[in-house]
Write a protein that binds this ligand. Structure first.
Ligand SMILES: C[S@@+](CC[C@H](N)C(=O)[O-])C[C@H]1O[C@@H](n2cnc3c(N)ncnc32)[C@H](O)[C@@H]1O
Length: 427
């Protein structure tokens, strides 16, 4: 699987130069049409794994080098190979040989020798190298940027470590059963009949013990289920929907929560997003679920461009955010985000929220949602909004869905990603 090692190294390099991992892999796979599903799967596993542990891998590699490498692509190849050696899923000599051969592409006389020496030294000294990692080096210890560790340590003096570690786990595959089609119990039975181990998480959520390709999920193509993290599945029930309501799903794409809203109640739904491409994915999702909404392309920060003036009874504001709560699914976010991005998302959210508020009917409810764990985007944003809007009050959340939630902040844990929900009512 030399090709997977090389492609993963290239994908890691692309992420470290600022590109999104999913987009990078999609582009790679569409260029390399001859790859087998196994090769694609392995490329994905290696690039996700390497970025998940990047801080630690980097600290290990640095101990093995006498001076920093100038060639970033070579550095990424070594990081991927060290990750593979740590995982020990293939014979170590094969991993080393593949990396040595791959390093020939760098066309420098010393490079094969260096690759061979670094990786063989790693194998010989692995345990000592791990022990020698400086315990005060947070980046190496937790594999997050320093500013991220500092922020969480400051904002969550009790929980920060558990939150960082939860973000480094492999995410489970969780499904949402379309209860318009069948009950959770009936679907669990279908899974059991198909020999797929799973457990019910409450509400409409069922987690598979082992992730499987979507095409193999029973009833997926028929719209019986969708893939959605359990934390994201709280949004639609929190909206407290009733048939006939006029509902706005703002920042809806790719439509995970849009489908859930329509599964729960016969509402008149407007689903809007500024990204026309992502909105098409919302449309495809609704087609699969056989549900209908009015899809609108528009800027949530400027309601004059898309709102017809008729107030909404319910609004879901699933605003753009740092996505700091979902890093176990999107490992690249840890390395793509910069500290200054937090303030920039806070500014966007602060523009969107009052615009959506004016579209809400008196007595109506707006659910503000992020998939972030940073306070600035969450309760601090809401506190500022409440100070500026005398007609708004924050309601307690009716659902106590998770033992890992407090005051609307759902902490990332084994069962769900990190989310924040604030339910506001207009007086
Ligand atoms: C967190 S994602 C939404 C996820 C979606 N609600 C779901 O459950 O599948 C945020 C979305 O906000 C959209 N967005 C960002 N800025 C926006 C704006 N100013 N107006 C409308 N949509 C925006 C992005 O295109 C993105 O689709």
């Amino acid at each position: 699987m030399q090709i997977a090692q090389q492609l993963a190294a290239e994908a890691v390099h692309q992420v470290l130069t600022g590109r999104n991992l999913g987009v990078t892999l999609d582009a790679m796979f569409s260029r390399q049409r001859s790859l087998t599903p196994q090769q694609r799967g392995m490329t994905q596993d290696l690039s996700y794994g390497c970025l998940r542990q990047y801080g630690q891998l980097q600290a290990l590699l640095n101990q093995l080098l006498q001076k920093p490498l100038q060639d970033e692509r070579l550095r990424c190849l070594l990081l991927v190979a060290i990750y593979q050696l740590q995982q020990a899923r293939a014979a170590s000599h094969t991993i080393v040989d593949q990396a040595v051969q791959a390093s020939a592409q760098f066309k420098k006389p010393w490079v094969k020798g260096l690759t061979n020496a670094v990786l063989r030294n790693f194998l010989r000294q692995q345990d000592v190298l791990v022990k020698n990692i400086d315990p005060t080096d947070d980046v190496a210890r937790y594999s997050y940027p320093q500013w991220w560790v500092n922020k969480l340590r400051h904002q969550y003096p009790q929980e920060w470590k558990a939150m960082l570690l939860a973000g480094n786990q492999h995410p489970p595959m969780t499904l949402r059963v379309n209860r318009r089609h069948l009950s959770v119990e009936a679907y669990s039975q279908q899974l059991a009949d198909a020999g797929i181990a799973a457990s019910e998480l409450g509400g409409s959520a069922v987690t598979l013990t082992q992730p499987i390709p979507v095409e193999r999920i029973p009833g997926f193509l028929e719209g019986d289920v969708s893939v959605q993290d359990a934390g994201a599945q709280w949004a639609a029930p929190l909206l407290d929907l009733a048939p006939g309501m006029r509902v706005l799903d703002a920042c809806c794409a790719p439509g995970g929560k849009t489908g859930h809203i329509l599964e729960l109640a016969d509402v008149d739904l407007v689903a809007m997003d500024s990204d026309a491409g992502r909105l098409r994915r919302t449309e495809e999702n609704l087609q699969r679920l056989k549900l209908k909404a009015q899809l609108v392309t528009g800027d949530a920060a400027d309601a004059s461009g898309w709102w017809d003036g008729r107030p909404f009874d319910r609004i879901l504001a699933d605003v753009p955010c740092t996505a700091s709560g979902i890093v176990r699914r999107h490992v690249d976010i840890k390395w793509l985000r910069r500290e200054a991005d937090v303030a920039s998302f806070v500014r966007q959210q602060a523009l969107i929220l009052p615009q959506l508020w004016q579209c809400l009917a008196k007595g109506g409810k707006l659910l503000y949602a992020t998939c972030s764990v940073f306070h600035e985007e969450n309760q601090q944003q809401i506190d500022r909004f409440l100070q500026q809007h005398a007609d708004a009050k924050q309601l307690p959340l009716s659902q106590d869905a998770s033992p890992h939630a407090r005051h609307g902040q759902f902490y990332p844990c084994a069962a769900h990603d990190g989310f924040f929900y604030a339910l506001l009512q207009k007086n």
